[in-house]
Design a binder for this molecule. Structure first.
Ligand code: ZN
Length: 346
């Protein structure tokens, strides 16, 4: 018997149900884990995503044929049963459960088990075969609690204000920027300004019922506006651009799981790096895999060979699976880029 899901040139394919999960080329039926650019690509005939994902997927894909399902609601494709379960990565991010002929597979998509007020928490799902991401799949990756990161960012912001500077922080426009807004609003007070790409998606989050502090589109204040003490949130693609000049004397920072890596801040040419990831760290990856009860595990993204070796050592049937999903990478940052920074949010 062949596997229920297989890796093909268009992406992860289910022959029994004739659908793809997060295909990287156009297909007839795309089932989408979440709206990040490396998972939700243009050009497919139909898309199915979680109801919570719909708004941001429409913002990302524009005029696309999108159907939605609620968490845990089952639906069918040629006798194959599917359902979405929260992945805790960004708004609407889903694990996809696929069941056929008595066997259950779960595709994790990107996920984290840390609490995040901007999306539905990760839910462990029992399965026979688990396809997991491993973006940060090395024992050196262990996240500090997000409350510590937000406290660090708040004191950097305050120091900048006291020194008469503005604060410019680079964060992925979808997910990280909103988590940052929610977390900072808890521990700091001040005015938040947003790049257009961030502002559009932040509105989607609010429309989806996520509580976020007030933000002002950074291109709306008139010339001569005093930016001292302002917190400006922009996608990584805005780093080094002329768009930043308006903010006067500023200090810059980048917030990402990659800031855990030595030299990452310097390569980004920013003044500060703050570690905050929307992916599982090493201990969370191991416990998430355990919680599925799966005997077979496929590993995608970054450090898959190391994770496979570790899982085999624990007696699991593990293998790596080639994919074009990049996780929290520079490529995803580019997908967040907005060609015309002056275009006001719709
Ligand atoms: Zn993602």
């Amino acid at each position: 018997m062949s596997d229920l899901l297989t890796s093909t040139e268009r992406g992860l394919y289910c022959a029994a149900g004739d659908f793809y999960i997060d295909p990287w080329m156009p297909v007839d039926r795309a089932i989408i884990t979440h709206a990040h650019g490396d998972h939700a690509r243009w050009g497919s005939r139909t898309y199915v995503c979680s109801a919570e994902c719909e708004r941001v997927l429409r913002t990302r894909l524009g005029n696309a044929n999108i159907a939605t399902r609620n968490w845990g609601e089952t639906f069918h494709a040629n006798g194959v049963t599917l359902s979405f379960h929260p992945a805790g990565h960004i708004i609407g991010s889903a694990q996809i459960r696929v069941e056929h002929a008595g066997e259950t597979w779960v595709v994790s998509g990107d996920y984290k088990t840390e609490p995040d007020p901007t999306c539905t928490p990760f839910e462990p799902v029992r399965c026979d075969v688990f396809i997991t991401e491993s973006t940060f799949g090395l024992p050196i990756y262990r996240w500090t609690p997000e409350s510590e990161t937000f406290a660090d960012i708040a004191s950097w912001w305050k120091a900048n204000r006291d020194a008469g500077r503005s604060s410019v922080i680079f964060a992925y426009a979808l997910g990280k920027a909103q988590r940052l807004l929610a977390g900072l609003a808890e521990v700091a007070q001040g005015n938040f300004y947003t790049h257009g790409a961030v502002e559009r998606l932040t509105r989607d989050y609010r429309d989806g019922g996520i509580a976020l502090p007030a933000t002002t589109y950074a291109s709306s204040p008139p010339k001569g506006h005093d930016w001292t003490g302002a917190m400006i949130i922009a996608p990584p693609s805005a780093a080094g651009s002329t768009w930043l000049r308006r903010f006067g004397v500023s200090s810059t920072a980048f917030v990402s799981g990659w800031m855990r890596v030595r030299g990452a801040r310097r390569r980004r040419s920013v003044d500060r790096g703050f570690v905050l990831s929307d992916h599982v760290d090493w201990p969370a990856l191991m416990s998430a895999i355990d919680a599925t009860g799966a005997q077979r595990v496929f590993v995608t993204h970054g450090y898959r060979e190391q994770v496979v070796r570790m899982l085999r050592g624990r007696g699991l049937d593990a293998a790596s699976l080639a994919s074009q999903w990049e996780g929290e990478s520079d490529e995803e940052a580019e997908a967040d880029a907005v060609p015309d920074d002056e275009t006001p949010p719709q």
